[in-house]
Design a protein around this ligand. Structure first.
Ligand SMILES: C[S@@+](CC[C@H](N)C(=O)[O-])C[C@H]1O[C@@H](n2cnc3c(N)ncnc32)[C@H](O)[C@@H]1O
Length: 375
């Protein structure tokens, strides 16, 4: 069912809602604020053709580019955050599983050189048994600055098991989707007697990868970029479709929510935070979105569509909380960026949707809207 051009605001039963299937590669790493693969697939199938370039300038864990590749399109993703870039790149660079498992074997043969974890940040130690931590540090060292697709895939799998509660999670039992606060985890673990598991880290990577690769890899290759959305170094008029979800106004928790993953990749989350828009000012957020949408407009081909998934947010003011309908707020910027505004589709966020962490829930996001634009 393709949506018809109709009213400026269109509340419809969303066609992708019932589709719960997701290809196993989507499960490399859970990350807050991801949209479901079924949403990406719906727009890809209805608004692009096989072989087209489909792009997400805020790609997060790479849901859109992977779904594009799975549907015989060329998936491109861009994200300024280093861990999101790794996750996106792991999904668009086609790996050969046999070579990947040989690569893991070689990594294992190089391990065993760390004797002590004395110098490791105590905040990190909260999460790991000493024996597991030694292996994590060795892999951190061995993979540092390594850019081959097998190194990237290994890093992505490690990001996905660095914390969580599955049989291959490396940490004590905690959230899989976001890196929890060490202070909170320490107290909770002491109170509830949580044990730090002793893991063979390479075995855990292998088992997690076997699961993610169960359904194979796409036959198409895509591209991953690591630019600020306001200055993406890709050609003008090169993209056939954009489906994206930018950072929400007044909610800039991506850096801290991934602090442990950043640590593994060799970054301080505070430095990553400086790369992201960090503002509670509507004017500054509007300017950021205007500049980002100008880039989206530039890279899109004439007549192509752009779908922007964006949530309402609650903003604290001296007069109490005010709900901001971000999609409507953005309309004037959309037009200034050059786009023709078509309509807004409403998507109610179901209660308990896993990808929304407590920060977003307490920020009062209950409705997501999809801005439909055309170049
Ligand atoms: C709502 S999330 C996107 C989630 C993605 N659709 C998915 O399914 O995983 C927004 C993303 O924007 C990224 N981001 C924030 N500021 C950015 C910027 N200036 N340039 C590029 N990416 C940015 C964040 O790192 C975050 O991954």
């Amino acid at each position: 069912m393709k949506m018809q051009k109709q009213d400026a605001v269109c509340i419809i039963p969303l066609p992708w809602k019932g589709d719960r299937y997701r290809h196993k590669l989507h499960s490399i790493c859970s990350r807050i604020c991801s949209f479901p693969p079924s949403l990406a697939k719906y727009f890809i199938l209805n608004y692009s053709n096989e072989g087209d370039i489909v792009f997400d300038p805020f790609s997060g864990k790479g849901t859109l580019p992977l779904e594009a590749l799975l549907n015989n399109r060329i998936g491109w993703g861009n994200d300024v955050s280093p861990e999101a870039y790794i996750l996106t790149k792991a999904k668009v660079d086609k790996i050969i599983p046999k070579i990947f498992f040989q690569y893991l074997k070689k990594l294992k043969s190089q391990m065993g050189f760390i004797k002590s974890t004395e110098d490791v940040d105590p905040k990190v130690k909260v999460f790991y048994h000493d024996s597991t931590l030694k292996q994590i540090i060795e892999l951190k060292e061995l993979l540092k600055n390594k850019k081959s697709k097998y190194a990237i895939f290994t890093k992505a799998i490690i990001l996905g098991i660095l914390h969580g509660s599955s049989s291959y999670s490396l940490s004590l039992r905690c959230s899989h989707s976001y890196s929890m606060s060490p202070g909170y985890v320490k107290k909770y673990a002491e109170k509830n007697g949580l044990e730090k598991p002793i893991r063979d880290v390479i075995d855990c990577i292998k088992n997690k990868s076997l699961n993610c690769l169960k359904e194979g890899v796409p036959s198409f290759c895509g591209k991953a970029f690591n630019y600020d959305s306001r200055n993406i170094k890709i050609d003008s008029d090169s993209v056939d479709l954009i489906v994206t979800s930018p950072p929400y106004f007044a909610i800039q928790t991506y850096a801290y929510d991934n602090w442990l993953r950043h640590w593994f990749l060799g970054y301080d989350y505070k430095d990553v935070n400086r790369l992201l828009v960090n503002t509670n000012s509507e004017e500054k957020y509007g300017q950021f979105m205007l500049d980002s949408m100008k880039e989206m407009y530039r890279v899109l081909k004439e007549g192509s569509k752009c779908f922007i998934v964006i949530g309402d947010v609650k903003k604290k003011t001296s007069k109490g909380d005010v709900v901001i309908n971000t999609a409507e707020f953005l309309i004037k910027y959309v037009k200034e960026a050059g786009f023709t505004f078509e309509r807004i589709i409403i998507d109610k966020i179901p209660q308990g949707r896993k990808v929304f962490n407590s920060a977003l829930c307490s920020a009062g996001i209950s409705t997501e809207r999809i801005l439909v634009l055309e170049k």
